[in-house]
Write a protein that binds this ligand. Sequence first.
Ligand code: SF4
Length: 79
Amino acid sequence: MAFVITSPCKEELAGECVEVCPVDCIEKGEGMFFIDPDICIDCGACEAVCPVEAIYFEDEVPAEEEEYILINRQYFENK
Ligand code: SF4
């Protein structure tokens, strides 16, 4: 399990999440930020500071945003 960044990040790219993540597992990729699910410790700090509510716990990602669970994972697998 991990937190997942979804589509609202694409218009915002705010980056507050990167500053608060205690394990440095959020990276800026093509057009948005991504969370490495293998490193995320589920602390929720990023979710609390995201100004566009783009970040969800994996189990709570809205149905229309579920593809981002895979998109975040693939970003780190393809690096
Ligand atoms: Fe980083 Fe915590 Fe957010 Fe996971 S939940 S990405 S560890 S700030």
